[in-house]
Write a protein that binds this ligand. Sequence first.
Ligand code: DGY
Length: 317
Amino acid sequence: MKVIITDKIPIVAEQLIKRAGFGVKVIKRDKNFSKNVLIKNIKDADAVISLLSDKIDKEVIDNMRRCKIIANYAVGFNNIDLAYAKSKGIIVTNTPDVLTDATADLAMTLILSCARRFHEAEKLVREKKFKGWAPELLLGYDLKCKTLGIIGAGRIGQATALRALGFGLKILYYNRTRKTEFENQTKAKKVSMNLLLKKSDFISIHLPLTNETKLLINRNNMKYLKPNAIVINTARGEIIDEEYLIQLLKSRKIFAAGFDVYENEPKLNPKLLKLENAILLPHIGSATVETRNAMAELAAKNVINVLNHKKALTQIN
Ligand code: DGY
């Protein structure tokens, strides 16, 4: 049995798979890596551990002749055609829970950094423009007594809200279903999307990308944003109208935005680079040593279970 890992991930994955008695190969990516290279490498695999940047569409799946499981090394799974994989009898798994805290920490980091203009302040010092303390230098906003709107009150959204409580923020949330336990724990109120955008000083996006959530935040509802609004996206770029968000930031109709994800990732809209009131991160929501190890371990355990004809731990299709 052969397991293919489509890029180097923490060694624990390889170790566990080998210890379970299966062969494993890690693809060495170089600048020539392409869909065809991916297909060539995985066509005889019994199991694949994929990255969120590997587009596993019908064409790729049709070329997986023996694959029993695609274990995505991410909580998001919009890169995989789940239904088609299922129709071919391929189990798909993700890595939930283990990356909740790291991603919520990053969302909170962006909230604080945007509110206190961290990126502008740091740049000013590096550029040797710091001429001494000044009453109006780089004024930002307090968090205390402000409102955080959580869009998507799943694991990461809730974990972000819990962190925000410690900074004195009140919580509104938008979610398909009501989360009573979350409400009891945080006094959060469930509201419509329009009301959330109207009332929130900070907006943090935590939805999965699906056909329903694509452009859920768009020019029709973003018109409700407050002039001091700060928008944070650590979920997926396609959930919000990026071009319109850029317009709002450029014309200072909102205060700031923190991006960890982009519409056409890894390609960046060049207009983003010119915005002073945006923080741009390279999709590092889960990027801590502990979390990436835990993700590798979970992906490997899913593979081992399925190859041993046992139930996957986190099946999504
Ligand atoms: C994921 O795993 O889907 C997240 O985007 C990590 O940041």
